[in-house]
Design a protein around this ligand. Structure first.
Ligand code: PEP
Length: 252
């Protein structure tokens, strides 16, 4: 039985003091939660959010990590800088990074390997664009993204990764994949992991759905057999909405 994981991607929102306040509210709401709860603020907010969540069951994730250990990479953050302050997870390959910051399948793979060797748990995002869905290449697209993201990663490490299936057309648009569409693609992703690492790895790996998940639709999405949690953008910025999603994960 896979433990569900609900992660909030706060994107470029909240000042450090606002982030600390939101984190405190989520800690209060999530006490004793029966699923994993992760919040991912901007880099500058990480220390304050780690402090507010310390001793609670809420873990903290970064929104990106560089693939080199140190050096002349202005503006970047290395895995050991994140683990040193108590960060546990990192989002890798979010579609906004692929779209606006030149992230490719190759850099997603490099970042995933760097995260794992640096002791972070990657949340690797994959998902098709609207054009890809409309042209019937959703399956090929996500299979390619998954296979390239996991290149050179052994089974023990692969099982630590969380995959977030995020159809690009559903992110921040208010358009959600139906629970059936989301479950179908999460199943295809699980099958891809099975072909790479075997059935037991496929059964273990956690696959989230992301894309306009909210307090109203979370329960249905999270009730599907291949959906092990959610990566939530907009709705994660409101402690009460996020809490409804956490509670839906506990019950499904
Ligand atoms: C996301 O940023 O990963 C996301 C799914 O955003 P939203 O929930 O706002 O669609």
């Amino acid at each position: 039985m896979r433990k569900k994981i609900i992660a909030g991607n706060w994107k470029m929102n909240k000042t450090p003091s606002e982030a600390a306040e939101l984190a405190a509210a989520i800690v209060k709401n999530s006490a004793g939660a029966g699923c994993d709860v992760v919040v991912c603020p901007t880099a500058v907010c990480l220390p304050g959010v780690v402090e507010k969540t310390s001793g609670s069951n809420v873990e903290v994730g970064a929104q990106n990590v560089h693939f080199m250990e140190s050096g002349a990479y202005t503006g970047e953050l290395a895995a050991n800088m994140l683990t040193d302050i108590g960060v546990k997870y990192v989002i890798i390959g979010h579609s906004e990074r692929r779209q606006y910051f030149g992230e490719t399948d190759e850099t997603v793979n490099l970042r995933t390997k760097a995260a794992l060797s640096g002791g972070l748990l990657p949340i690797v995002c994959v998902g098709e664009s609207l054009t890809e869905r409309e042209n019937g290449v959703t399956s090929e697209t996500v299979c390619r993204q998954v296979k390239l993201a996991f290149l050179g990663i052994d089974k023990a490490d692969a099982e630590k990764v969380v995959i977030a299936y995020e159809p690009v057309w559903a992110i921040g648009t208010g358009k959600t994949a139906t629970a059936e569409q989301a479950d179908e693609v999460c199943g295809i992703i699980r099958g891809t992991i099975g072909s790479l690492y075997g059935e037991d790895a496929a059964e273990k790996i956690r696959i989230q759905y992301g894309g306009s998940m909210n307090a109203g639709n979370a329960a249905e999405l999270l009730s599907k057999p291949n959906i092990d949690g959610g990566l939530i953008g907009g709705a994660s910025l409101k402690a009460d909405d996020f809490d409804v999603i956490v509670k839906a994960a506990e019950q499904n």
